[in-house]
Write a protein that binds this ligand. Structure first.
Ligand code: FA5
Ligand code: MG
Length: 454
């Protein structure tokens, strides 16, 4: 009988990434198909929309105040990515189903925040109160038009000194007076310290300082959104009649991150829905203390560059950023935002695959699909399936959806059915080719995940 097994690519004893060789262990879960992405650096490719978007955002942060780091290698320690940011030991972000482990001590960074502490530590040395970091980040995730196992983030941070002669509140007020109002409509805001919101004032913070720093952060990011969206509106307008644009609507939503408090997400109203653009907040004092910045208080944010590039350029599918087809690349010029012109959409083709999961000891017959992770756990996890499909089909897979699941009451066995949508961005796939891919998905499933095909 098949025992539950999580998908473990067949890895040798060592793995070489960016010219450094690491020992592998029971935590290692980097598929070989991911390795070429570590060299692509889309955020540094001239003309590429990810790079252009990065530059447009960077232009809003004066280089006299913000040091820019754009080539920090993606391999970091568990301490950098999680521990020193205060992630609790059982945080789901740490699980092997969500994070790519090089080995038990080393991961592909899941966010640019992995570099916060080291860059706070050198602020004096660099002589600037802030920094920007743009980089590739890696997450095991679903497959669809807005999710890819590699994407790009930009992190920004700025601190204020409490030993400046002026109080932090005064420094912020001066800073805000020197900044324009952002041309956005703030539909909703959240005052986190107000009664009923349940946000505690962080140890080492006081309400006045933290609120002042949060206001500075919010203004800075509202200015960023107003810039980006006016570029997007201009590009869209250039295609048709330029209508009198309305102000961009934004809202501030309460959020949680282990390393900021209070924390917020900024959402933007775009094509009839609220789109989460970034997470941010006031940096927790213990993190600044750890980085040798006891007398400072400050803010940090992290945004998804793809998300902003997709709406600025009207790019409909995240796979396009990786396309080496010149019909994609030749559309973009440095410093110019122009609507992406889709090349014709090629026909797609979907295939379903259904299978029984191995019975798990002690699992209740009614148990739902676990999205949560156990570190080193061996349950079926949806991301294992996603990665397996990605490994076989690569960029020919447009999306994968769970379309049915049920549990046989008598046997306690659980059945899953997924629909895989195959479509190339560059050409028409043949039936034969899709059949072969699907056959490979099916055989790999039995082999690696120990499931029984139906
Ligand atoms: C973070 O990664 C935090 N490090 C952000 C942060 C930094 C908070 C500094 C506080 C201080 P989150 O997982 O929500 O948070 O991701 C941040 C942004 O990255 C999201 O708002 C979104 O724009 C983008 N993002 C997240 N996941 C994906 C994805 N799978 N594909 C594309 N973009 C994504
Ligand atoms: Mg988020």
């Amino acid at each position: 009988p098949a025992t539950p097994q999580s998908y473990q690519p067949d890895l040798p004893n060592t793995i070489t990434l960016a010219n450094i060789t690491y020992n592998t262990d029971a935590h290692t879960n980097i598929p070989t198909s991911l390795i070429p992405y570590l060299r692509r650096n889309l955020h540094l490719q001239p003309h590429h929309p990810i790079s252009n978007t990065r530059r447009i955002i960077e232009s809003l942060f004066p280089t006299t105040q913000f040091e820019t780091y754009n080539s920090l290698p993606p391999i970091v320690t568990v301490a950098q990515n999680f521990d020193c940011l205060g992630f609790p030991p059982d945080h789901v972000g740490r699980s092997r189903s969500d994070t790519y482990y090089v080995n038990r001590h080393t991961v592909l960074r899941t966010h640019t925040s992995a570099h916060q502490a080291e860059k706070f530590r050198v602020l004096e040395q660099v002589g600037k109160p802030g920094y920007l970091i743009s980089a590739d980040v890696y997450r095991r995730d679903a497959i669809d038009r807005s999710h890819y196992p590699v994407f790009h983030q930009m992190e920004g941070a700025m601190v204020f000194s409490r030993k400046d002669g002026k109080s932090v509140v005064e420094q912020v007020t001066e800073g805000l007076n020197a900044m324009p109002e952002a041309d956005v409509e703030i539909v909703e805001s959240c005052k986190l310290y107000e009664e009923g919101n349940g946000v505690q004032v962080e140890k080492g913070h006081n309400v006045d300082e933290a609120e002042a720093v949060a206001r500075h952060l919010q203004r800075q990011l509202e200015l960023m959104v107003s810039k980006v969206f006016s570029e997007a509106a201009k590009a869209a307008g250039a295609a048709g009649a330029a209508e009198k644009e309305e102000k961009v609507k934004v809202r501030w939503v309460s959020a949680y991150f282990p390393f900021t408090s209070p924390s917020y997400e900024l959402e933007v109203w775009w094509n009839g829905e609220w789109l989460e653009v970034l997470g941010c907040g006031v940096i927790r004092q213990d993190l600044l203390d750890y980085a040798g910045q006891k007398d400072k208080i400050g803010w940090a944010f992290g945004l998804g560059i793809e998300r902003i590039a997709m709406l600025m350029y009207g790019i409909p599918d995240i796979r396009l950023f990786w396309s080496q087809d010149e019909r994609f690349g030749k559309q973009f010029r440095e410093g110019v935002v122009k609507r992406f012109e889709a090349f014709s959409k090629y026909p797609g083709c979907y295939k379903d695959v259904a299978f029984w999961l191995p019975v798990q000891e002690g699992a209740s017959a009614a148990g739902g699909l676990s999205k949560g992770g156990e570190i080193g756990g061996d349950k079926f996890h949806e991301n294992d399936f996603m990665e397996l499909v990605r490994g076989v089909g690569g960029d020919l897979v447009e999306d994968v959806k769970l379309i049915d699941e049920f549990t046989n009451k008598k046997t306690g066995r659980k059945s899953m059915c997924y629909r895989i949508n195959y479509r190339s961005l560059e050409r028409t796939l043949t039936n034969d080719e899709v059949d072969k891919l699907q056959e490979k998905v099916r055989s790999t499933l039995t082999e690696k995940l120990g499931v029984e095909l139906r």
